[in-house]
Design a binder for this molecule. Structure first.
Ligand code: PLP
Length: 223
């Protein structure tokens, strides 16, 4: 086994069967992705549209490509033909555009709603109440070609494991409460995407079903 394959194997051995490992390959060359692919890895995550579109063209067609970063409305069209899951849907405007591009491509695009759970200020993500409010207002009706498969969140960048754990538990609680209520037709809540290299063990303990891990697998990045 190569070093990359060993890292993936190690992480997989720590995860329950029901947790999907998304190998975050952003900034990394195709050779590293091929290496992981040869070891059996099929889910890869990227955070830039251009890089994602290029890699999807150049690499094996049975890779499941996850768009994990902030997505601008005007760039949805570049990934709509092939993207497997969009993790960071942070507005109804973006969801509307994804639906439109999905129709154009005659497919249904799976999405996660990004929820802002960290203490750091961020322009991105729904806050916990706004999803309930939007559901009650009927804002999620009329999306024929998107499926909201779950929620995604990023914890505060801190050494304080208690805080990280509290934030993940908050997201899990929101996930469960949404699952417990009558949902719009485009909802099919199954996935909870939380946990990165530094905090995936905590995330899994808090109920994560999808971890997004980059540097532990592929080594550090400069950006
Ligand atoms: C880069 C990134 C990751 C992976 O980060 P690592 O710390 O390298 O594991 C996960 N999620 C998102 C949204 C990212 O942008």
């Amino acid at each position: 086994m190569t070093d990359i394959q060993k890292s993936i194997h190690q992480i997989q051995s720590e995860l329950e069967q029901n947790v999907t490992l998304v190998a975050v390959s952003k900034t990394k060359p195709n050779e590293m992705i091929v290496d992981a692919y040869a070891g059996g890895q099929r889910h890869f995550g990227e955070n830039k549209v251009q890089e994602l579109a290029l890699k999807s063209e150049e690499l094996p067609k049975d890779i499941h490509w996850h768009m994990i970063g902030h997505l601008q409305t005007n760039k949805v069209k570049y990934i709509a033909p092939f993207v497997y899951l969009i993790h960071a849907v942070d507005s109804l405007k973006l969801l509307k555009e994804i639906n439109k591009q999905a129709i154009k491509n005659n497919r249904v695009i799976d999405c996660l709603l990004q929820v802002h759970i960290a203490e750091e200020e961020s322009k991105f993500g729904f806050d916990e109440n706004s999803i309930h409010e939007a559901i009650n207002r009927g804002s999620f009706e009329n999306f024929s070609n998107v499926k909201i498969k779950g929620l995604m969140g990023m914890a505060t960048f801190t050494e304080d494991d208690e805080q990280v754990s509290a934030e993940f538990k908050g997201l899990k609680k929101l996930f469960d409460s949404l699952k417990g209520m009558k949902q719009p037709g485009c909802f099919e809540l199954k996935k909870l995407s939380m946990g990165m290299s530094g905090d995936y063990k905590i995330a899994v303990d808090c109920g994560s079903t999808m971890v997004r891990i980059g540097s532990t697998i592929f080594g550090g990045r400069n950006n």
